[in-house]
Ligand binder design. Sequence first.
Ligand code: ADP
Length: 572
Amino acid sequence: KAEADIKKMIDGNALVSMCLSRAGIDRMFGVVGIPVTSLANRAVALGVRFIAFHNEQSAGYAASAYGYLTGRPGVLLTVSGPGCVHGLAGLSNASANAWPMILISGSSDQSLAGRGDFQELDQIAAVKPFAKFSAKATDITEIPKSVFSAVDWAVSGRPGGTYLDLPTDVLHQSVDESEAERLIAEALNSRDKSLIENPRFDNSKIEKAVELLRSAQRPLIVFGKGAAYAKSEIELTKVVESTGIPFLPTPMGKGLISDKHELAATAARSLAIGKCDVALVVGARLNWLLHFGQPPKWSKDVKFIIVDVCEEEIELRKPFLGILGDAKEVLGLIHKQIKDDPFCLGKNHPWIEAVRSKANDNVAKMEVQLSKVVVPFNFLTPMKIIRDAILGVGSPAPVVVSEGANTMDVGRSVLVQTEPRTRLDAGTWGTMGVGLGYCIAAAVASPDRLVVAVEGDSGFGFSAMEVETLVRYQLPVVVIVFNNGGVYGGDRRNPEEITGPFKDDPAPTSFVPGAAYHILIEAFGGKGYLAGTPDELKSALAESFSARKPAVINVTIDPYAGAESGRMQHMN
Ligand code: ADP
């Protein structure tokens, strides 16, 4: 046979990579093995960056955060059975946070189903509670449509997790190149456009929203990570600044408008939500983080205007006015409407004065606390030093990753966010163990930014081995571990209450005291620092921030500083 007649064959692994690449996927996170190693290699050959982790849980957290930061689905690749199960952590976290992500798992041979094949699991059933869409390609010809659907569903409506199942036998099937191209073209043509369009909304609702804001005595604008995901910062700033209405971000909404803005109500949170009469809530759920929008934290008469891409969310909360739409688009229209007939509360408006004076008081009180130098470190002394070092970096501001009970609580009120999408934390689910995965995602998504994790030793320990991943890819990530020797701070039990044959075991909350986490990263060639005094911490921060190389700063914290369960002790 003449060489020209030999058709180039494309196997399932190669076809999946081609489709992902055509769908705009240029980064993947995962752990390779049977049967997906070749898929990862094929993707790399097509220009996709594959970040290989030690554990699918951490890789999945990375994929979820990557989806949030970029607006394109983060992809997690896993092996079958146990790999898929480990990946559920990331998938469920993505869905809980409303972030777009695709879990792609290999699965066992279809012809052996139910007979105990290697790593066999009904993965479609396993992902069901966590995926808004799932597809199993039962034949190579189904791959293109399955891939494009998984991508489109992840970003459609309220973003979330989707799942793609790739049986071993399908990955080993092949088609010739022209057939592969035909299948891809056919799937692209039949793509459901309605999935990726913004919902249509009623323009009269924009007028109504503006009227409500205009006639309010004590209006407030609340925004969350949905508004951040929508990249609505320009429109949001225009609405805030043209109306003079104070604003309150949720933890991950912080930075959409700088925390330093004079209309920031963060430091007067209780007053702002307790006294406002109209609240425009954009891309934030009235869930536990916002006290369900109910008394006693909120006034019983507050009129909520909710802007959300998810119809069920609006129906669930029963706001005074619900606007179904994309945050950026709706805020743009609200601003346009205001521009035609402007109003502005002004600095001397009683509501603005009340919020500002409360915020100033609280900031001043906090600064008094922060200015006390406490050694051995409490949480505040090192947090202030870290805050100042982060602010010293300037623009582009570092991405801050925060987790842990006290470390995250204190970090939320002390660390200052000046730019959008620069804070990643435990989120809607209060998920601990996300830190290293989020750091890697942030470094991959925003290569121009430094990434700084400020986390407890417990949060760090979930996925500490991923410091090797930081070193392997030479990512500009500085992980600061608040080391107080355990969950909440080591053994806080009353010795008289501990009896039984295992009474001499370490407490369930404690780790090895004085663990040398800084040495862990040095095993791989990264840089470690131990800091127990302000000077040691300042010098470690200065050196590691300017080096922009993987580093761990192990900060020794007094084990008796901070409270059990942070500010949520009543729930534990
Ligand atoms: P936070 O934790 O910051 O309060 P949540 O995750 O609870 O934020 O809420 C985010 C909300 O934003 C979700 O209800 C989600 O449906 C919504 N959302 C997601 N994308 C958009 C968008 N483009 N425009 C408006 N709302 C969005």
